[in-house]
Design a protein around this ligand. Sequence first.
Ligand code: SF4
Length: 85
Amino acid sequence: MPDGKPSGVRCVQLTDDNRCKLFGKPERPTVCTRLRPMAEMCGESAEDAMRYLFDLETLTAPALQTPLQRSQLFLKKYPLQLQLP
Ligand code: SF4
């Protein structure tokens, strides 16, 4: 999308079965190429993934809280799982 994808808008590159039309192509946005999915991001269904995205957008909305408050809310909802050696 030339001016970026607005929040809450379906990407124009998604197929009807939710696959990326640009997958493997050089024109795929860098942010999409670099994203490494995690189990908690995807959940068990498309609904779980949409809920996670909605939570991320809500918790990171700049107008709602200070950066520290947003971080605290995010970590409370999605605690980091550290794997120490
Ligand atoms: S990976 Fe990126 S370009 Fe592809 S469908 Fe998703 S948001 Fe759109």
